[in-house]
Design a protein around this ligand. Structure first.
Ligand SMILES: NC(=O)c1ccc[n+]([C@@H]2O[C@H](COP(=O)([O-])OP(=O)(O)OC[C@H]3O[C@@H](n4cnc5c(N)ncnc54)[C@H](O)[C@@H]3O)[C@@H](O)[C@H]2O)c1
Length: 358
């Protein structure tokens, strides 16, 4: 890898771009060189807020992709634009970090996986929850046999309300309410990607998925696919579930989305609780381990949600500099997409869905 900083181009400078730029701005190995957004005025305002007001701005994807100063592109677009942008970035020979979910449909995901198979640059599907500090620590503990063999995972996804949470633009909500653009429901398919990634990361690929998916109107009039309950069976008589509950009056302490997440993993000889995700239910200990009759609390980590982005981005920069495989690889992201689409299919067809392995 050359010694000059890795030139970064952002494609899409909407809500989530604020968390992607943190590591690129702070890491001496990277320099943000250009921003592309359909709304260049909004991109310019972001550049100013990020302290890089002089950076090049365009609304033309090809102009960014043809810029030889850009080595790595971060694709942060609505889901229906992911495939075309990723294929165009491959044509231009860039290293690619594509936000989750990789595509709105499995058919598009298959096209992308096939294209990536013969691509010689690192291709990452950006999934941050696996890098959230309490999640990463839990994975370490489990790898060290802290709870024995994991037998079950319970994930609670809990949107509420927040006086401190950030504003989400009407346009960011609008495309998510259209299945043709997003690919599925906001909590099961879109945000759910993170929860299925957690289940996949801790337990592997499921064999069978069964779901009830509800529908509830939010206070602002938008629709949520809650209250929902999704059960999984993993090979080896192991199980799990994802429960999605909208609590309209639940005050969540967060600078980000008005939502929190909690995870419990039960092993053959111990239990781990991860007590924070997007937000933080005030006072909860971030990570707790029970084994051998005793409880250990882990508080020595920064659990603010942007850290999951910082660590995921840092990991990719390290892959570019030092080699190795990015997390997630395209075929892994396709497995997670299959997991979440099986949940939607199950609720629609009112039956369990067998998930093929691989
Ligand atoms: N990892 C996470 O926790 C997380 C959280 C939020 C969003 N996301 C993902 O990030 C991606 C973007 O989500 P968001 O919330 O920032 O959406 P957003 O709607 O806020 O931003 C999308 C941006 O893309 C721009 N855009 C639309 N069409 C374009 C085009 N043809 N060319 C250039 N720019 C175009 C829009 O102007 C907008 O600025 C999605 O894949 C979403 O699932 C991930």
């Amino acid at each position: 890898m050359k010694d000059s900083p890795i030139g970064v181009g952002l494609i899409g400078t909407g809500r989530i771009s604020d968390l992607h730029v943190i590591e690129y701005l702070n890491n001496p190995a990277t320099r943000i060189r250009m921003l592309c957004d359909a709304d260049p005025g909004a991109a310019q305002r972001k550049a100013h807020d990020w302290g890089i007001g002089e950076v090049k701005i365009t609304d033309d994807l090809q102009e960014l992709l043809q810029n030889p100063d850009i080595d790595l592109v971060e694709i942060l677009l609505p889901h229906d634009l992911h495939l075309a942008a990723a294929l165009a970035a491959m044509d231009a020979g860039k290293a690619i970090s594509l936000q989750k979910p990789m595509c709105p449909t499995l058919e598009e995901a298959d096209r992308l996986v096939e294209a990536v198979e013969t691509y010689d640059r690192p291709f990452k599907v950006f999934e941050n929850f696996l890098f959230h500090p309490p999640v990463a620590r839990a994975r370490q503990l489990i790898a060290q046999n802290a709870i024995g063999e994991p037998q079950s995972i319970r994930i609670k996804s809990n949107p509420g309300t927040s006086r401190t949470g950030w504003k989400v633009s009407a346009s960011a909500l609008e495309w998510r309410q259209q299945r043709s653009r997003s690919g599925g429901g906001p909590l099961v398919f879109d945000d759910g990607h993170h929860k299925f990634a957690l289940a996949w990361g801790f337990m592997g690929n499921p064999r069978e998925v069964h779901a009830f998916i509800g529908r509830v109107q939010r206070k602002d009039g938008a629709w949520y696919d809650a209250q929902s309950m999704i059960s999984f069976r993993f090979p080896g008589n192991r199980v799990g579930n994802l429960e999605i509950v909208y609590s309209p009056e639940l005050e969540i302490v967060t600078p980000y989305y008005a939502q929190d997440d909690r995870v419990e993993i039960t092993g053959t000889k111990g239990v781990i609780w991860i007590n924070c995700g997007h937000g933080h239910l005030a006072g909860a200990v971030p990570l707790v381990l029970f084994r051998d009759g005793g409880l250990t609390e882990f508080r020595d980590m920064n659990v603010s949600w942007e850290q999951s982005f910082v660590h995921s981005t840092r990991h990719y920069i390290n892959v570019l500099k030092n080699g190795g495989q990015p997390v997630l690889q395209a075929y892994e992201a396709r497995q997670i997409l299959r997991f979440s689409s099986a949940a939607e299919q199950s609720a629609l067809e009112n039956r369990s869905i067998e998930v093929e392995s691989g």
